[in-house]
Design a protein around this ligand. Sequence first.
Ligand code: GLV
Ligand code: MN
Length: 274
Amino acid sequence: MILFLIVLLPSACHCADPDPLQDFCIADLKATISVNGFPCKPVSEVKSDNFFFDGLAKEGNTTNVFGANVTAADVLAFPGLNTLGISMNRVDFASGGVNPPHSHPRATEAGVIIKGKLLVGFVTTANILHSKVLEAGEMFVIPRGLVHFERNVGKGKAISLTAFNSQRPGAVVLPFTLFHSTPPIPNDVLTKAFQNVGDTLAAANDSVPDHDLVMYALEGLPPDYEAFVTSITNRVEPILFPELRSRLLIHEQRIQQFHPIVSTDAHQAFFTDR
Ligand code: GLV
Ligand code: MN
């Protein structure tokens, strides 16, 4: 019996993508059949370029409500990863930007800070938060499936590179999963599940210094708010967040009035919805 269990154990503990059965298998993303992963392109069509990817060289656009951008180098972006069980991300952070709480159902994550200073944290299944502020060159690991986040706590921009033991780690991004699913999770389920969250968030918000909120809001605004940002930053008296918020609302209303067809940038929704 013990021998039987020992024989079974390695396969029962298999916890990353399956091993490849050939040197490489460049994903044919257009294949009509579906397998666990992607079918391979015919070897005769494989080129050197299939093994190289420059997508992580480019800075991501952090002009969004989170002030962060994830550029994925997974099998969908880089088909050469197919069957190799690995992938990477580049995450760019604006000042104060957050990679919101999320988990990767299919991979453990290892990361290194390339630039800036990040608060990195994950929560165990026993609800213990492990977190630390890391600087360039320092590493972190997030065990598979656990909820984690990063926040830029440095002065300027920050960048991290992350690696996964899956060609497609997947991401469950909690704010989207919980509040933007299709169709939505029924309201009564969310209301019952998050009874005290409103108060907790309000209390947490009170503890963020006002000038941090102002900086975060200004730095996250899109380029067409440049004149607005300049007028606020040139003030002699520093502005408080509630005043900034109402000025932004007035500014947006004026834009709507004079240019009714404006971009549906996430920041507008962020401010007008609140
Ligand atoms: C960071 O958490 C990432 O998923 O790249
Ligand atoms: Mn992650």
